[in-house]
Design a protein around this ligand. Sequence first.
Ligand SMILES: [Zn+2]
Length: 420
Amino acid sequence: MMIPRIFRFANYETVDFKEYLSKNKIEIHLKRNMHARFLCGHCKSRIKPDKGCYKVEVQHLPLFNNHCYLVFRKYKGHCSSCKKTRSEHINFISKETPHKTKDYSWWVGRLCEISPVSRVAEALDESASSTWRLDYSRMKRMLSNYKIPKATRICVDEVYTRRKKEKGETRDDLFFTIICDLDTRRVIWVSYSRRKEALDEFFLIIGKKACEKITVVATDMHDGYGASVRQYCPQATLVWDRFHIMQQFDDAVNETRKQLHEEAQKGSEEQRLTRGKFRFMFLKKSSRRSSIERQHIESVFEENKQFLKLELVKERMHSFFNARTAEDAYEIFDEIGGWAWQSDLVPLMRWHEFMSKKWSILKNYFEHRVTSGLAEGMNHVIKTLKRKGFGYRNMHYFKLKILQTCGYLNSRYITDPYML
Ligand SMILES: [Zn+2]
């Protein structure tokens, strides 16, 4: 009988094919070629199959919507390296579990790349916990073969991972540090915490030579990351992410609004107009306000000129990142400072004072316009991952899942299950 090629397994002959359609099950019976070498399942040294054998059923890819099993005998022998009786090594059996073939477990892992584990388990008639273990150990194996791709422009960001602290942890431990290649727009590394050491770890792994090739590092305004970049990347320009700069600026605007609100007469119309649902309106760019909001804010300005000044400062800042050169930007920045000081807007004064000291970093944006789109997008993907409930209580699993979803730890880049 002609055996279709898909039923052929190295060193085995297909001898029988049984269908149990009421049980949704197909069996492919294999017989080993006894002349082929026997290797120890543990250390792969040569063994002699002189300790008997036992029958195994190994699950393979489904056939026409039936569960499919390979049925054959597995031989045992004494391994002189292990000094023990061992079962033979069988190449097509998954490293994750002896009950599945490599092809099957690879396919399960691929499905877990695009779908929550619980849904994959449900669709395949598997238990959620064994599917999770398979996915986890497959990713761990991919990680042990992983080489961080070379990058010259990277961005570093922190991602909030969980609420609960373990013993001895601080708030910094509740974050991951995520490192992306700005050119390929993929996550290339994830490390625990948002401390300086988290970024140090990345630089230490890629090594001195790779660090010297890094020309731009975009980060949030966190001191730890900056210190790490200065220590390890002599050629790199540090660029603060504009999204984070605006966030801090918005905080200062909001603080100022609160202050003005508190200074306003209690129970006055002005106080009513500057709190509650209206408070976000002050942070909005004027061109984005609705006509009702515009009317509303006009009446606030009439009541209190300080709000008008706050508005001017905020609008000016929105044009800051559009400046063509660092010099143009400095002019805008200087002007904003002038207004804040003249009008005595204290939180904004403090913000401006701080930023003035950091101008040497702030100005870098106008040389390397690194957008925050990537970091924000990643943040979104990671939040979705968390929502899908990907067993994120295990932080190592969660880290691997980020590298899988946003990086290279997946079957788009590692295409052959036999490669690992
Ligand atoms: Zn051995």
